[in-house]
Design a protein around this ligand. Structure first.
Ligand code: 13P
Ligand code: SF4
Length: 301
């Protein structure tokens, strides 16, 4: 099918189903191009709740579509590829969290948004990489449990006065970015500033000029006077950074820093989802309400 034909078909199907297409910053370029909104995980879930549509085609990974379903229960949330999960979110189950809480009685649980609805339901408050420090600082407790990302937990611990007890999870994409990769990026692009995602190892963040979430990178790219930036995060984000800032250069610190699950979404699968395929993401109401409590607590902060 020709590209123009595909776009026309998508437009017809979207109108017929009163649908919108949301895409995460790490999605492949062609998927970002046909999306109605591109953003970070929380922005997209909030967009899903706010937008006037009956159907949301969520081009991202499972926990993001689930967060959209938690915030917008009356809408049909479709994931184009049922196998697009987040390996880090899968590193903790609700049962494991319940047992961990029993070993740390009285401790509050902060969960990263990269968790299942069941884990959010067992947590006190949710956070994103953009607000994790603020969320932890807002709690009156001196010591908190943090799941599942040990690197984000270390970032919070280094930027707050709290004691963080961290779950031993990590994002394989960010965890496999090493100090040597940053050093190589600086050698190749001596004029560039280096931005690292807080899911990176502390040693990598130490070598970066700024630690920024994906949403913060998009905003900083517009603001900065620097003409060249090396980003230590999933390489797909450079597509949007370059598209929105044609006068500036963005380089992934590692071209192999790719999230296989994010790349499972393709244009044919998006089309198939609108034609009646895709997987509908739903959350049982009792879990949804408890998970919503943790998300709303974050939004209040
Ligand atoms: P954001 O919350 O910044 O969109 O990132 C999600 C993610 O999966 C990072 O690896
Ligand atoms: Fe999960 Fe990492 Fe992929 Fe983000 S980049 S979806 S944290 S595996």
């Amino acid at each position: 099918m020709r590209y123009e034909e595909l776009r026309e078909r998508l437009a017809r199907l979207k109108a017929a189903r009163r649908a919108v297409i949301l895409a995460h910053n790490y999605q492949a370029g062609p998927v970002q191009d046909i999306a109605d909104f591109v953003g970070d995980s929380l922005e997209l879930s909030r967009k899903a709740a706010a937008v006037e549509a009956e159907t949301i085609v969520f081009c991202g990974v499972h926990f993001m579509a689930e967060t959209a379903a938690i915030l917008a229960p009356s809408k049909t949330v479709l994931l184009p590829d049922a196998g697009a999960g987040c390996p880090m979110a899968d590193m903790i189950t609700a049962d494991e969290l319940r047992r961990w809480k029993e070993r740390h009685p009285g401790r509050k649980v902060v969960c990263y948004i990269n968790t299942s609805a069941e884990v959010k339901a067992e947590s006190d408050v949710c956070c994103t990489s953009a607000n994790a420090v603020r969320v932890v600082e807002s709690l009156p407790d001196e010591e908190v449990l943090f799941v599942p990302d040990k690197n984000l937990a270390a970032f919070v611990a280094r930027n707050s006065r709290k004691k963080i007890i961290a779950w031993d999870g990590y994002c394989y994409v960010h965890h496999h970015i090493y100090p040597a990769d940053v050093a190589a990026g600086r050698r190749e692009h001596p004029e560039a500033e280096v931005w690292a995602h807080p899911e990176c190892r502390p040693e990598v963040i130490d070598l970066a000029d700024k630690a920024l979430s994906t949403g913060q990178m998009i905003a900083e790219a517009r603001r900065t006077a620097r003409r060249e930036v090396v980003v230590a995060t999933e390489a797909g984000i450079t597509y949007r950074l370059k598209k929105e800032n044609p006068g500036k250069e963005f380089h992934p610190v590692k071209h192999t820093a790719l999230c296989a699950n994010m790349k499972k979404t393709t244009l044919p699968k998006v089309l198939a989802a609108l034609e009646g395929g895709g997987t509908r993401i739903t959350v049982p109401e009792d879990i949804r309400l408890r998970a919503l409590g943790a998300i709303e607590q974050m939004i209040r902060i």
